[in-house]
Design a protein around this ligand. Structure first.
Ligand SMILES: [Zn+2]
Length: 462
């Protein structure tokens, strides 16, 4: 009798698990035109779920089981984009890497919310110049304009929801994209407004201006890796830290731009307002990176700050990463040796970074084949600099582009092949030279670092 019961209960268990697996299946496939890598990698937050190799027709497919509903992202190096899965979805994508986000189209079951999310993302990008033009307006008018931009998107969400009946979570995700992207601008407004109007103090704002903050959800685990939300929180804490410092410590200390002081405010605020552990750690990491990169020195202040950060963060990986970054910064202090890194020239030959800088002044700048706008602008700018600063050798380092594509671009943009190199190892260059922004420039003289944290647009006299 016992045996039989056991047998039945096992069957029931099996049947149950089979059933949940069945309903939690997700099919995700697509075609990539002009692929920039052989793989598509699927992530949930910062963990890899699965990867798929492109076939001869540049197609890939994932058959996933046991998937939880929610936001994922897929990476086709060097680009990535979000995809939202609901149980039973069967989603197809098509994209062309030449215009990754703009070309991305979803079809199949589950495509509606995904097409909405990408549309919201693109609209947000398109609206940036318009919103920047609003920054000079008075707070009341600015708020009114921002309200109407937000309302138009909420109306779109409402009508699509009526048609397709999104799941609760999918609806919330789209709503969060609308809200937080809109709220980011409101956090930025006080600073841009002052800059544009040349007012010498930031405005005193009425209660109404920050009214939207009542609706913030500061501890939303589901949104922790959703960039509009995360980006919003970063801006929110910058604003809070600035205002807290102005009120508690006075404008003198603010004007002195003491980064250690200001970023301690930030750490304190994140510590007191955010309880969700992963989100807390991510924000601590962000504050620490921001601080180290702004300071880019090797001194007691940085030591103190890292000690404070290491006490607050519970993520060992982040602590290690911040320590590595700090070591990287130490290695790039003025008069250090140029790091040992290898690049490739247009003949496919290996060349060491040190050799390139030997016996002359060299300024390295960086570009990638996927960012044509940047390539166009920086090439134009470097041509001007070359003319005015003949004592320098201006050297472009290309990243995240295939060799063949790189050669085509050198030709298309008429770049001097003697001053152009590329690297396959993005990470080595990024970590070795601490690549934190597109306009970064590394200035060297005879294999020694002069300024590893220069900027092509600001570091040379006009
Ligand atoms: Zn302060």
């Amino acid at each position: 009798m016992v045996r039989v019961l056991l047998g039945i209960s096992l069957l029931v268990v099996l049947a149950c698990s089979e059933k949940t697996n069945e309903s939690a299946k997700v099919y995700f496939a697509g075609e990539i035109v002009n692929p920039t890598s052989d793989y598509v990698v699927l992530f949930k937050d910062d963990s890899v779920i699965d990867s798929a190799q492109l076939d001869d027709n540049n197609r890939f497919s994932f058959s996933l089981s046991g998937m939880k509903e929610g936001l994922y992202h897929f990476d086709h190096s060097p680009e990535l984009q979000y995809v939202y899965f609901t149980e039973g979805d069967s989603i197809l994508i098509r994209l062309n890497t030449v215009e990754f986000d703009e070309s991305l189209v979803f079809s199949g079951k589950g495509s509606e919310v995904n097409n909405l999310l990408i549309e919201l993302y693109l609209t947000h990008e398109e609206e940036k110049p318009l919103v920047y033009s609003y920054y000079k307006l008075d707070p009341e008018v600015f708020t009114k304009n921002m309200d109407s931009l937000r309302q138009a998107k909420l109306n779109l969400l409402g009508s699509l929801h009526e048609e397709y009946e999104f799941s609760d979570n999918a609806y919330k995700m789209a709503n969060a994209s609308i809200d937080y992207n809109n709220f980011i601008y409101r956090e930025e407004y006080p600073f841009y407004h002052r800059k544009k109007t040349q007012e010498d103090k930031t405005h005193e704002f009425g209660e109404g201006f920050y009214g939207y903050r009542q609706h913030l959800d500061l501890n939303n685990k589901d949104l922790a890796y959703f960039s509009p939300y995360y980006h919003y929180l970063k801006n929110y804490f910058s604003n809070l830290a600035y205002m807290a410092c102005a009120e508690d410590c006075g404008t003198e200390i603010l004007k002195s731009k003491n980064q250690l002081h200001y970023n301690k405010h930030k750490l304190y605020l994140v510590d007191s307002l955010i309880h969700e552990e992963e989100l807390r750690n991510n924000l601590f990491r962000n504050v620490a990176m921001d601080y180290l990169l702004k300071e880019h020195k090797w001194n007691e202040d940085c030591d103190k700050f890292i000690a404070k950060f290491s006490k607050l963060s519970t993520n060992e990986k982040h602590i290690e990463e911040i320590n590595d970054l700090y070591k990287g910064i130490q290695r790039l202090q003025p008069l250090s040796n140029v790091p040992e890194l290898t690049l490739v020239n247009n003949m496919g030959e290996k060349v060491s970074l040190r050799d390139i800088t030997k016996e002359k002044k060299t300024a390295f700048y960086f570009w990638s084949g996927t960012q044509k706008g940047h390539l166009r602008n920086i090439s134009r700018h470097i041509a001007k600099l070359k003319d005015k600063h003949r004592e320098y050798n201006f050297v472009g380092i290309n990243l995240r582009t295939s060799h063949a594509q790189w050669l085509n671009l050198l030709n298309e943009y008429d770049l001097d092949t003697l001053c152009q190199y590329r690297s396959d190892d993005f990470e080595a260059i990024q970590k070795g030279l601490i690549l934190d922004n597109l306009n970064k420039c590394v200035i060297t003289n005879d294999s020694l670092v002069i300024d590893a944290f220069a900027n092509v647009y600001y570091s040379f006299k006009k």
